[in-house]
Design a protein around this ligand. Sequence first.
Ligand code: GAR
Length: 194
Amino acid sequence: MARLIGNKKFEAAIFISGTGSNLKNLIKFSRLKNSPLKINLVISNNKKAQGLVHSKKNKIKTKVFSFYNHKNSENKILNILKKEEINLICLAGFMKILSKNFIKNFRGPILNIHPSLLPKYKGLNTHEKAILNKEKFSGCTVHFVNSKLDSGKIILQRKIKIYKNDNAKSLQKRILKHEHILYPKAIKKLASNL
Ligand code: GAR
């Protein structure tokens, strides 16, 4: 488990694959007075991830690993995390599945944000699935990462209404705004429980 002794901040690495709006939002959160979050590292499996502009702009150390050889990339990442004394990982739109070995060997919590009301709609295309199933509500979840996909213990959720005229895109856009509220809250909750 992470320890928030001394300066009482998580020393975090954020993992991304794409747009990075959650990363941008977490950077903003980390800059607030008394934020429990300090972002020391951004990791991406995609060198073209748009989100990398945010880490570079904010002068946060950034590393890209192809994951062409999954095990090899994970081992390299574990070494960097150790070297940088990272004690929290936040997955933020990271589209690779971390192995059991990686999870076991990282000494701290690994969090993920997922755009559904877990345990419903794990995996991809959550908004399409929720609309297709005529759900009245959807939302987002921050949870601990374990070795099963989108199945770790839930930290916080936000529930939102699905409107009759919603499509996957409109729902995704609306839920993303709630993700930006939820992720910082979940990190605060985690910090206050330590
Ligand atoms: C977010 O909606 C996040 O919940 C989702 O990817 C999006 C990334 O957006 N994550 C997953 O689907 C993980 N299974 P962002 O790059 O703008 O933060």
